[in-house]
Design a protein. Structure first.
Length: 280
């Protein structure tokens, strides 16, 4: 990527964060912390990497993305809206009764959503199925899945990991959004996810560790994952929970609550200032 491409990605990521906060504030509930930490990776996938088309969201040859940590859908909704899958007006009624966008992704009612998710640990299994189907069908699409670090405490994650390696799913790339915090505290205190890289390696994955807010590192990691043959790849992305909003950053309390009016204004002012700086 050249500097202009990186700048555009940074602008898009900032807008994803703005609409994430907008959605959670209007919903009066939701999960801003992990949505904001995942925003750069989601932005890179949808605005740079993935073969997707808002005009043909069910194209059988499209790349797939499964947000296994489905509660962080505000960032995914923001990216899809900005990409043109639906109007940003939908974000303003997030989680409202009868609205299209609910608290977890719904593939039956939301254009661009490849898998309904939310029960932690299950999304990666669905991604494995998609990747295997692509292999059996001779398709060249790729499948991307995003796990939370706390989600990696789920046993089903490791069952899926064994499946992926056994079936040599080299068309599958898994991201772990490693922001170090989950609903009950730090992942180190809750279950001690030490040496996650070695865990995945022992399950047969190619392991890549990056700064999940650095677009050049994200691109290099995705490129390396695509070059791997005969096994799946995992990209462990070290991130900051609540990234972009000063009072949310690295604060476990912002795992699952909405900002009040004053907090909303501070967050929006900060993000708009960041966007203004990028556009200068």
């Amino acid at each position: 990527m050249d500097k202009s491409e990186i700048l555009e990605l940074k602008k898009n990521a900032c807008n994803v964060r703005l609409w994430t906060v907008e959605g959670v504030f209007n919903a009066k509930s939701g999960h801003p912390g992990g949505s904001l930490s995942a925003a750069d990776i989601i932005t890179y996938l949808y605005f740079k990497e993935m073969n997707v088309d808002p005009e043909n969201p069910e194209n059988p040859d499209r790349d797939r993305f499964v947000l296994s940590k489905g509660h962080c859908c505000p960032a995914l909704y923001a990216a899809l809206a900005l990409k043109g899958f639906f109007s940003t007006d939908e974000i303003k009624v997030l989680r409202h009764i009868g609205a299209m966008l609910q608290g977890h992704p719904d593939m039956k009612h939301t254009p661009g959503i490849d898998m309904s998710s939310g029960s932690l640990g299950q999304g990666i299994s669905a991604a494995c199925g998609m990747a295997l189907a692509g292999k059996l069908g001779g398709k060249d699409y790729r499948v991307y899945a995003m796990l939370g670090d706390g989600e990696c405490e789920e046993g089903q994650v490791w069952e899926a990991a064994m499946f992926a390696a056994h079936n040599k799913l080299d068309n599958l790339t898994v991201f772990v959004d490693f922001n170090g915090l989950q609903i009950d505290g730090s992942v180190a205190d809750v279950a001690g996810l030490t040496e996650l890289d070695k865990k995945f390696a022992s399950f047969g994955f190619e392991v890549i560790t990056i700064n999940g807010h650095d677009f050049e590192q994200i691109e290099d990691a995705v490129s390396k994952a695509k070059s791997v043959k005969g096994k799946p790849a995992v990209i462990i992305a070290n991130t900051v929970k609540g990234k972009g909003v000063s009072y949310m950053e690295n604060q476990v309390g912002w795992h699952g609550k909405a900002p009040n009016a004053d907090e909303y204004k501070i967050a929006m002012d900060e993000l708009k200032e960041q966007l203004k700086a990028l556009e200068a």
